[in-house]
Design a protein around this ligand. Structure first.
Ligand SMILES: C[S@@+](CC[C@H](N)C(=O)[O-])C[C@H]1O[C@@H](n2cnc3c(N)ncnc32)[C@H](O)[C@@H]1O
Length: 192
C-alpha cells in the first residue's frame, strides 16, 4: 500500500504532527542554516521546512516535489515561493549551486539512491552538505509501519549505514555523520 500523495495533498499540512516541526527545527539548527544560504528542499510536500526557513534570511530557497497537488498546496500556503514539480530521481541541474540539499521525511519513497546522490553532488557548492532526515528512527519507522499494516517491498525504508557509506564513497561525499537516536539524521559533505 503506497501512499497516493495527490489524494493526501489537500489535508497534508493540517495533519503534520507538531513533533515533525520540532525535529525539522532541530535539524535546521544543527546544520546552522541561516543568512545568505541557498537551500534545496527535496520532496518538500506542502512546505514544512519552508515554514521554518522562510524567516532565516536565506539567499535562495527552491523546493521540488514530484506530486503536482503537493506543489499546488505548497503554493496555496506560501504563494510566490520557488516550488517546482520535478522527479528527483531524474537527472536535474538547477540554475544555482546550493549550500544544503535536504530530504526531510521522504527517503522511504525513493528507490534510486544513486540518482539522488548524483543529483545532490551535481547541485551542491564545494563543501555543501547533503542531508537525509526522518522524524522517526529506522526501528521506529519499521515498528510504525508494522502497526498500521503498511506493506512495502523495501526491507529497509531508511538505507543502512553500509549503503549510505558506499553511496558517499561512490559519489564524492565525505565527513559522514549518522545519528539514529531520537530521529534519523544523515549528513555528508561534498569533498571531491
Ligand atoms: C511523506 S511526504 C513528505 C513531505 C514533506 N517533506 C513533509 O515532511 O511534510 C513524501 C513526499 O515525497 C514526494 N516524492 C516522492 N518521490 C519523489 C521524487 N522521486 N521526487 C520528488 N519528490 C518525491 C511525494 O510527492 C511527497 O510529497
Amino acid at each position: 500500500m503506497e501512499e497516493n500523495f495527490n489524494v493526501l495533498a489537500k489535508d497534508w499540512a493540517k495533519k503534520i504532527p507538531e513533533k515533525n516541526y520540532k525535529i525539522a527545527a532541530d535539524m535546521i539548527k544543527r546544520l546552522n542554516i541561516g543568512e545568505g544560504h541557498n537551500v534545496l528542499d527535496v520532496a518538500a510536500g506542502t512546505g514544512i521546512l519552508f515554514s521554518i526557513l522562510k524567516d532565516k534570511g536565506l539567499s535562495n530557497y527552491v523546493a521540488v516535489d514530484i506530486t503536482d497537488k503537493m506543489v499546488e498546496e505548497f503554493l496555496r500556503i506560501y504563494p510566490g515561493t520557488d516550488v517546482r514539480c520535478l522527479d528527483y530521481e531524474k537527472r536535474l541541474m538547477f540554475d544555482c549551486d546550493f549550500d544544503f540539499i535536504i530530504i526531510f521525511n521522504s527517503i522511504p519513497h525513493f528507490n534510486d539512491y544513486d540518482a539522488i546522490f548524483e543529483n545532490s553532488y551535481n547541485n551542491l557548492k564545494a563543501g555543501g552538505k547533503f542531508v537525509i532526515c526522518h522524524a522517526r528512527t529506522r526501528d521506529g519507522l519499521k515498528e510504525h509501519r508494522r502497526k498500521i499494516g503498511y506493506v512495502s517491498d523495501k526491507e529497509e525504508p531508511i538505507p543502512t549505514d553500509e549503503t549510505l557509506i558506499k553511496l558517499c564513497e561512490k559519489h564524492g561525499f565525505g565527513e559522514i555523520l549518522i545519528d539514529d537516536e531520537n530521529y534519523f539524521y544523515f549528513c555528508c559533505r561534498k569533498t571531491d
